[in-house]
Structures are given as C-alpha cells and as structure tokens.
Ligand binder design. Structure first.
Ligand SMILES: Cc1cc2nc3c(=O)[nH]c(=O)nc-3n(C[C@H](O)[C@H](O)[C@H](O)COP(=O)(O)O)c2cc1C
Length: 171
C-alpha cells in the first residue's frame, strides 16, 4: 500500500490544529482560498449527494454585519474572507448537518496546513445571517468560517479528556 503521508506526522497535524480568533488584515491568496474550497468539495457526503453550497464573502461591509450575528465571534470582523457553509435541507433532509460539518472540518484542516487560521462559528443568529447573505429561508446555514493569516501566536491547546475516559474496547 502507498503511504500518502507519515501517519505520525498526520496525527501531529490533527493534534496541533487550533481554533484561531485573531486575523491579519491581509487577503489570503486565490490559490489558498481555492485549496480550502476544494478540501470542502472532497469531503464525503451521504450517497455522494453534495447538496451544499459554499459562499465566499470578501465584502467587508457584509463581513462586519455577519460578525454582529455571531454571539461568540465578534472577531469574525477581522477576517479578510468568510465562507458560509449551506446545506439544502429539502434535497437531503437526513444528512445535511453531517455532510456540511464534514466539509467544514476539511476546510479547517486545509487552512491549518496553509498557516491560515479559522474558527467554527456555532453560536449565531442564523436567520439574521441568512438574510444578510441572501440565503433561502429553508436552507441550513451550518456555520460561517472566517479565514485569515494569524495575527497572534498560536494559542495553547485546550485540554482533551483522557482516551481512557472517552473510549472503550469491546473484545
Ligand atoms: C460545533 C462547534 C461550534 C463552535 N462554536 C464556536 C463559536 O461560536 N465561537 C467560538 O469562538 N468558537 C467556537 N467553536 C470553537 C471551539 O471553541 C474550539 O474548537 C474548542 O475550544 C477546541 O479548541 P481547538 O479547536 O483549538 O482544539 C466551535 C467549535 C465547534 C466544533
């Protein structure tokens, strides 16, 4: 079997990825942005439906408005670009949350290896944010991911529960 990357190196990347909440006022490159979007595009989806849309927002006025809809995420206003992750509920009523979540995770990991920070924004006024972006009322806005180069050093890792506590082996 072909080894794509060293497994230890891959695990190290997964462990070292951090949520970033401070961004430089500098646009990331088109190449980097495309790689982040492609990482989302290649996430798995139930029955390979891909019933989603990734909306790239570079307009500062809209980003500022979106930042205000975030309850724990006013820092979104610092980001030069925000990607809204939308799932089409009617086309995929059972799996839209899972599918869009996996796309978001792929994007966050891709950003990390590009030295670009991001943060999953979960707490927000979704209806207001949808209105600002112009998303259909019936569609699901999973999150808005702010992307930008890091303005401060990488924060210390928030602790994880012990593997013994969160896992179990049935032999
Ligand atoms: C579903 C979900 C929702 C989150 N919502 C927010 C949020 O609204 N604001 C925020 O600052 N961080 C948010 N986070 C980031 C978490 O706080 C962060 O992932 C966690 O503290 C672990 O830190 P780490 O990502 O650096 O390992 C969210 C993360 C997830 C997975």
């Amino acid at each position: 079997m072909i080894k794509l990357v060293e497994p230890e190196e891959f695990l190290k990347i997964l462990k070292e990825r951090r949520t970033i909440r401070c961004f430089k006022d500098e646009m990331i490159s088109d190449k980097e942005l495309n790689m982040i979007l492609e990482a989302g595009q290649w996430a798995p989806t139930a029955s390979n439906k891909q019933t989603w849309k990734f909306i790239v927002i570079k307009n500062k006025e809209i980003i500022n408005k979106l930042a205000k809809t975030a309850i724990y995420g006013k820092f979104v206003r610092e980001a030069p670009v925000v990607v809204a992750i939308i799932g089409f509920v009617h086309d995929n009523p059972n799996w839209y949350i899972q599918d869009t979540s996996l796309a978001s995770m792929n994007m966050m990991l891709m950003a990390w290896v590009l030295n670009i920070g991001t943060c999953w924004i979960g707490s927000m006024d979704r209806e207001k944010a949808k209105e600002i972006i112009g998303i259909n009322k019936d569609d699901f806005l999973l999150t808005i991911l702010p992307f930008g180069y890091l303005r401060k050093k990488v924060p210390n890792p928030p602790p994880r529960k012990d593997l013994d506590e969160i896992s179990e082996v049935i032999e």
